[in-house]
Design a protein around this ligand. Structure first.
Ligand code: SF4
Length: 359
């Protein structure tokens, strides 16, 4: 569907609507500080506003500017990020802060293209930073905005496909206002989050009379969905090795799933737990108690985790090192650990509390 004269009013209507009905009290609004805007944009990728707010405030308190973030070690960043998920964002956050300090003298670049060269900053994120911090006339196209534009302009097809994405980018650029870019950008974000959501409230929408999906009576058809392939399922056994009240945790390699986080040792489902403990850690297993399984969903696969609690005795006990540590369970819960590990630690604490209550 081609754009027509009515679509020229699209941006103006959104701007007017944002002023009256948009969100105004979010902690990252009302600033032109590129550091704060960048931090919020990275945190908001694939994460809801309500989840992000406490993390955003905690980060700012600990790292009030890009120099303090760059001067920190990545472990401290991961620890503060723990629970927010998609940990590559935290590692890229730290790398990008270092690049801003080393390559750009501690000041975020102003233009979208240079911002895009920072680790973890894609075209839409770079555009949002440039628009909010410097009023640059750049188009954003995050997941919410794809949904709004696909519906309003009846763009068929799955936005993850290159030709559909290209069409959406073309529209996103064509409808940019000549003035008021920051308010317009916020309006698109707000409309996607609060009105044109998965279950849209079209009666409250400022552009409902020009919306082509609505005119077709077929809003549910936009945006198109991906042909779903079956998500592979994997299984792993996590070892909760207890020795003198402490648990053994290993630091995972810096890249890949849960990169750089502390986690329990894992073995494949067909390995013998006692033999592995002896060979890898010099530990003799005195007792093995299977715990109830838990499931964790990644984007590309589902992981079924089968934890076992083992009471172990040292033969030539593995020593603490940068990659392996015996931790008090409460201390472990404060470290940067993946969500399932945190759940297991919480479960252990609850069970030990119940056991104490029963005594
Ligand atoms: S009219 Fe409904 S479907 Fe169309 S843009 Fe507005 S909220 Fe979305």
């Amino acid at each position: 569907m081609e754009l027509d004269a009515k679509d020229g009013k699209f941006a103006a209507r959104l701007i007017a609507w944002q002023r009256r009905h948009g969100r105004h009290g979010l902690p990252w609004q009302g600033t032109k500080d590129a550091y704060r805007i960048w931090l919020s944009e990275i945190m908001l990728q694939q994460t809801q506003v309500g989840t992000v707010i406490p993390y955003y405030l905690a980060f700012l308190e600990r790292f009030p500017d890009v120099a303090s973030l760059a001067a920190s070690d990545v472990d401290s960043v991961l620890r503060l990020w723990s629970g927010l998920g998609y940990y590559s964002r935290a590692r890229n956050l730290h790398r990008a802060a270092c690049e801003v300090v080393v390559r750009h003298g501690g000041t975020f670049p102003h233009d979208r293209e240079t911002l895009e060269s920072l680790p973890g900053v894609g075209r839409s994120t770079a555009a949002a930073i440039a628009a909010f911090a410097h009023g640059a006339r750049e188009a954003i196209l995050d997941g919410n905005v794809k949904r709004v534009l696909a519906r309003h302009f009846a763009v068929a097809g799955y936005p993850g496909e290159a030709k559909v994405a290209l069409r959406l980018w073309t529209i996103a650029e064509a409808v940019l206002p000549s003035q008021g870019i920051a308010t317009y950008t916020q309006a698109l974000m707000d409309l996607g989050a609060t009105v044109c959501s998965r279950t849209p409230a079209c009666e409250r929408c400022p552009v409902h009379d020009t919306c082509q999906a609505r005119a077709q009576g077929n809003v549910a058809a936009y945006p198109g969905t991906r042909q779903r392939k079956a998500v592979p399922v994997r299984a792993t056994r996590m070892l909760l090795l207890f020795h003198q009240g402490r648990l053994l945790l290993e630091k995972r390699p810096p890249s890949g799933v849960w990169g750089g986080l502390w986690s329990f040792p894992e073995v494949s489902m067909d390995e013998d737990v006692a033999s592995v403990c002896e060979a890898r850690f010099g530990l003799v297993v005195d007792a093995i108690t299977p715990l109830s399984a838990l499931k964790h969903s990644f984007t590309h696969f589902t992981l079924n985790i089968h934890p076992v609690q083992c009471r172990v005795r040292a033969d030539r006990r593995v020593a603490d090192s940068a990659a392996t540590q015996w931790m008090d369970p409460d201390h472990a819960a404060m470290e940067a650990v993946p969500v399932p590990v945190k759940k297991l630690l919480v479960r252990l604490k609850a069970e030990s509390g119940e056991a104490a209550d029963r005594q």
